[in-house]
Design a protein around this ligand. Structure first.
Ligand code: SAH
Length: 233
């Protein structure tokens, strides 16, 4: 249990009660959710699949995937967001969904090659050893299974947009949400994926227009981006 930063978990735990408020600090996650859900579903086909969401937080993506008839397990190491996720699923009456407080590495040892689809969104930039998380996600996927990541690129533009813009100017996120040094270049993520035996299938960038307050997917991966990988059959 070494690949965890207690301060990072504390940040998310502190805000957990507002996780499902679409106007809160979690507004960006609510807004990008339909985009990433669609991208994942189009590739992997969620219906009837065994799906694992790593670093699920309050369950925005996990619950949406369960609503698409996947059998979803969400894992996180922050207890309060998990509590919020469980309560929300209960109130919403969403079944095929459960949550566990366990590290990806520990679950990979317990249930290797158990999932058709593994998702790990906006989480790698909060852990001390993201390559270890990527490795665990790969180990958790079945042969032929899909693994999806999203994170923040590291370059002057992403510093300007994701930290100065989002935390200081537009105040979409609390100050200190992200640490620039932990951002991950697509080439770095691609190397960790290859080292873990995954094959890259594609990537997309997420764009935001502060005037219309809308997000969309594009080919520009310079700030926020998604990656799709497959474990060879
Ligand atoms: N994936 C969710 C939440 C992103 S917020 C979504 O995109 O909607 C980042 C999440 O990563 C938080 O819930 C935080 O508790 C979790 N996290 C941070 N470090 C972690 C670790 N080492 N193991 C598991 N989860 C972690």
């Amino acid at each position: 249990m070494s690949n965890v930063d207690a301060q990072e978990l504390a940040k998310f735990s502190e805000l957990a009660h507002r996780w499902w408020d679409p106007e809160s600090e979690f507004r960006p996650l609510h807004q990008i959710n339909p985009l990433r859900l669609e991208w994942i579903d189009q590739r992997a086909g969620l219906r009837g699949r065994q799906v694992l969401d790593v670093g699920c937080g309050g369950g925005i993506l996990a619950e949406a995937m369960a609503r698409r008839a996947a059998h979803v397990t969400g894992i996180d190491l922050a207890a309060r967001p998990l509590g919020v996720a469980r309560l929300h699923a209960l109130e919403a009456g969403v079944e095929n969904l459960d949550y566990r407080e366990i590290a990806a590495e520990a679950l990979a040892a317990e249930r290797p090659a158990a999932y058709d689809v593994v998702t790990c969104m906006e989480m790698l930039e909060h852990v001390p050893d993201p390559a270890s998380t990527v490795h665990a996600c790969a180990a958790l996927a079945k042969p032929g299974g899909w693994v999806f990541f999203s994170t923040l690129n590291r370059n002057p533009k992403s510093f300007l947009f994701a930290i100065i813009g989002a935390e200081y100017v537009l105040r979409l996120l609390p100050r200190g949400t992200h640490e620039y040094a932990r951002f991950i270049r697509p080439s770095e993520l691609a190397r960790w994926c290859r080292d873990a035996g995954l094959e890259l299938q594609g990537s997309r960038g997420m764009q935001y227009n502060p005037l219309t307050r809308r997000y969309w997917l594009s080919g520009d991966t310079s700030v926020n981006y998604l990656v799709a990988c497959r474990k060879p059959a």
